[in-house]
Design a binder for this molecule. Structure first.
Ligand code: NAP
Ligand code: MG
Length: 498
């Protein structure tokens, strides 16, 4: 029996799902791991187990790959029309919509995130599937004016084959769908591995994939940790591509594994340390409305978090005071009670963040808010409050490294040149934002900053039509939009002698 806060109730379907022993989806069947191993997934708001899931070993991944290869060769890429692929994807989106409440509750329980934010994620998944459901019928090749007139030369965009999709725990369902949707639209068959901390919504999605009528083996879902499960995917000789979202450290391992196995294609969405730059001429009301979310959304466990805040000196105090005041008002608690912020995903992640906070203090940054584990009613979960550091030294570890918690480092600057230089002083380059009412400055900043996404007078805006991905050590490859179609297809040139 799972524990939930007083006064909260769950959809009976959520309870039924949690009461059943979970299995993995391989070749259209729900199976245990061959070695019989299982592990628990817990709710980080109270550290209590929610369910157990199979721990897939290499032999299970082998079976999933064989099922995916068979589906690729015998049905998905050869017998199912592009229009039918699109219809199946649209059907899946409708089933997610039907079970919105159940998926929201499962996501909130497994990850800890507030109900309203979990709901955004599920709605985002629907939006994403619907956008990509329109693509299968629009993937085109071209004819080329090449060779002599007695030659016909054309190109085809073909699927890659079997793709391994490895996703993190911070937006579990949404990240899974970000990868599945373009991969399926292009005609690939998939092995999905959710993060070990958050397997539940992926497994629920597996049921909906079956109900929608996808042929067996088109999507296989294996649960387990990075080692052995993730590694069995990235080292596999019959997987054509590994699509990964996660840390830069694991991204390196994935490239190594690809290099040492079959040179599978790799795309990497990695970490970030995104600069959020406020110029003195900005619309302050708009800045202040967005700032606490840019700094602390998802309890800071977000790859695009505006974790480096630079504020032009004339408005520095005003902005810091306002950020402190709004951060103090953010409610923290169990996801099902729909606070502003939920817990950290795990004790380990909480300890990592506390380590960074101690390092910031030891290195001489000024702690302006937060900095300690939450106590009282929140003591049994992994809760940290919004934490603000003020500093003037970009060499500090807390300024250079991704913390992945509710910690923002704030620093004053004087000129536009200084702001751009400091924004780029990072090994990461995922996103950046500037707030200004000077249109030329806005575009100068957008062009000069080395990041895959730049927001002007806004933060954390996403749409399935807009490419997303990193510069520098934030990875490569662009998900979403037309770019994602390129990521999950390969081009073939055909020469015909007439
Ligand atoms: P992580 O440790 O890199 O894990 C990501 C995924 O990789 C998980 O499914 C993990 O499995 C798996 N994995 C771990 N070691 C592996 C290995 N040797 N081979 C294959 N797979 C392996 O990252 P995380 O802690 O889950 O997420 C936090 C990080 O992700 C942050 O750095 C954040 O910036 C980044 N992130 C980036 C984006 C983006 O779009 N750029 C989005 C979200 C998160 P287990 O967890 O089960 O071990
Ligand atoms: Mg969990």
């Amino acid at each position: 029996m799972i524990r939930i806060p007083q006064g909260v109730s769950l959809d009976p379907q959520t309870i039924r799902f949690l009461e059943q022993p979970q299995k993995m989806l391989i070749g259209g069947a729900w199976v245990e791991a061959k070695a019989g191993q299982r592990f628990s997934t817990l709710n980080p708001a109270d550290g209590k187990a929610l369910s157990t899931v199979p721990l897939a070993g290499k032999e299970d991944v082998d079976e999933a790959v064989a099922a995916a290869r068979k589906a690729f060769e015998t049905s998905w890429a050869t017998k199912i029309s592009p229009a039918k692929r699109g219809r199946l994807m649209w059907k899946l989106a409708s089933l997610i919509q039907r079970d919105l409440q159940v998926l929201t509750e499962l996501e909130s329980l497994d990850n800890g995130k507030p109900m309203e934010k979990a709901r955004y994620d599920v709605l985002g998944s629907i939006n994403h599937l619907q956008y990509f459901a329109g693509w299968p019928t629009k993937i085109e090749g071209s004819t080329l004016p090449a060779g002599s007139p007695d030659k016909l030369v054309y190109t085809r965009r073909e699927p890659l084959g079997v793709v391994g999709l490895i996703v993190p725990w911070n937006f579990p369902l949404l990240m899974a769908v970000w990868k599945l949707a373009p991969a399926l639209a292009c005609g690939n068959c998939c092995i999905l591995k959710p993060a070990e901390q958050t397997p539940l919504t992926a497994l629920y999605l597996g049921r909906l994939i079956q109900e929608a009528g996808f042929p067996d083996g088109v999507v296989n879902i294996v649960t387990g940790p990075g080692e052995p499960t993730g590694e069995a995917i990235t080292r596999h000789m019959d997987i054509d591509k590994a699509g990964f979202t996660g840390s830069t450290a694991v991204g390196r391992k994935i490239m190594e594994a690809a290099a040492q196995s079959n040179l599978k294609r790799v795309s990497l969405e990695l970490g970030g340390k995104s600069p959020n730059v406020v110029f003195a001429d900005a619309d302050m009301a708009a800045v202040l409305q967005s700032l606490h979310w840019a700094s602390f959304y998802n309890t800071g466990q977000e790859c695009t978090l505006g974790s480096r805040l630079y504020v032009q000196r004339p408005v520095f105090e005003q902005v810091v005071d306002a950020l402190k005041a709004s951060a103090e008002k953010l409610s923290i608690g169990h996801g099902l009670t729909n606070p502003d912020l939920g817990p950290m995903i795990s004790e380990k992640q909480m300890d990592t963040v506390l380590g960074y906070i101690h390092s910031g203090q030891a290195e001489g940054a000024m702690l302006a808010l937060g900095g300690h584990r939450c106590e009282g009613d929140l003591a049994e979960g992994y809760f940290l409050p919004p934490t603000i550091f003020i500093h003037e030294d970009d060499r500090l570890k807390i300024v250079q490294e991704e913390i992945f918690g509710p910690v923002v480092v704030v620093s004053p600057f004087d000129s536009q040149e200084e702001a751009i230089h400091r924004a780029n002083d990072s090994r990461y380059g995922l996103a950046a934002a500037a707030w200004t009412s000077d249109i030329s400055r806005a575009h100068r900043f957008a062009h000069a900053v080395k990041a895959g996404t730049v927001w002007i007078n806004g933060y954390d805006l996403f749409d399935p039509a807009v490419p997303f991905g990193g510069y520098k050590e934030s990875g490569f490859g662009r998900e979403m939009g037309r770019s994602a179609i390129e990521l999950y297809t390969q081009e073939k040139a055909v020469w015909v002698a007439l």
